[in-house]
Design a protein around this ligand. Structure first.
Ligand code: URC
Length: 298
């Protein structure tokens, strides 16, 4: 045969599941976008069209909704673990399951008197997780995207290489803004170890990331990135690796001279493109990098 099958996986992408838990008049919401991807003994469906090993993608979709009822959604990670374990242990031909989840957070609208059943979608970041199981070990990578942050001072950029094409003026007091995309990998990898408290871990990691961004006097976005990752690794034992993709959302001082006005670091043009793109991984000593370099592939 002049051709052969390479890597393959299949499943149902972007199952939107909303679970309402009713605790009397107080309701709780979990809002997820769940993508299932399975792989294993799937040569024949590609070569001959035999579906004998194929659990329909439609069934994987149904399983997501049934599990929301049967197991509830404690956290995106826990839900992903239930699903991954189910597909790998219940279907002989399936050897590996990868569950990707985006979570949209809802915040309660506080109203006097009424029941607690009104929510407003949180506009900050989107929480993400990816759970992978091969029947013996787990990989849990969680993170966030679209978290926009800005420091209106305490940022410089100077002392860089200058060649004949360099025009950038040195900045002693600039605006530093970025839209954080981050992924962190948990050390937890087998059922014998206690799993982390996923909800607590997420809240703490996000807070460390924000605190490091705010507290670092920045000489470059690269330095700020490292400070954010190092703070997470140093303060959260459950995490071994953090990867960031940070677009530098440039704020250029608007030229007000034509109007006879002085711009005393007050008025900026917020450029949307092109943008600097700063990406790096921060690791715990002794741990290896497993998060892909390109976070759009995760
Ligand atoms: O924080 C920065 N890092 C760079 O590498 C860079 N390059 C640039 O033009 N501006 C900046 N800012």
């Amino acid at each position: 045969m002049p051709t052969f099958l390479g890597q393959n996986q299949y499943g149902k992408a972007e199952n939107r599941v909303v679970k309402i838990t009713r605790d009397g008049a107080t309701h709780h919401v979990k809002d997820l976008n769940v993508s299932v991807s399975l792989s294993g003994d799937m040569d024949e469906v590609h070569y001959s069209g035999s579906n004998a090993n194929v659990l329909p993608t439609d069934t994987t979709k149904n399983t997501v909704y049934a599990f929301a009822k049967e197991h509830g959604i404690e956290s995106a990670e826990q839900f992903g673990i239930h699903l991954a374990r189910h597909f790998v242990t219940s279907q002989e031909p399936i050897h590996r399951a990868r569950i990707r989840i985006e979570e949209y957070a809802w915040e309660r609208i506080e109203t006097p008197g009424e029941g607690e059943h009104s929510f407003v979608r949180q506009g900050q970041e989107t929480r993400v997780t990816q759970i992978t199981y091969d029947g013996s070990s787990w990989e849990a990578v969680s993170g966030l995207k679209d978290l926009v942050v800005m420091n209106s001072t305490n940022s410089e950029f100077r002392g860089y290489v200058k060649d004949k094409y360099t025009t950038l003026p040195e900045a002693y007091d600039r605006v530093l803004a970025t839209e954080v995309s981050a992924r962190w990998r948990f050390g937890w990898c087998d059922d014998a170890q206690a799993a982390p408290d996923w909800e607590e871990s997420y809240a703490r990691v996000k807070q460390h990331l924000l605190t490091a961004f705010a507290e670092t006097y920045s000489l470059s976005l690269q330095q700020t990135l490292y400070a954010m990752g190092a703070r997470i690794i140093e303060r959260r034992d459950e995490i071994d690796e953090v990867r960031f993709s940070l677009p530098n959302k440039h704020h250029f001082l608007a030229d007000l001279k034509p109007f006879g006005l002085k711009n005393d670091n007050e008025v900026y043009f917020a450029a949307d493109r092109p943008y600097g793109l700063i990406e790096a991984t921060v690791l715990r000593d002794g741990c290896e990098a497993r998060i892909p370099a390109d976070l759009t592939n995760l």
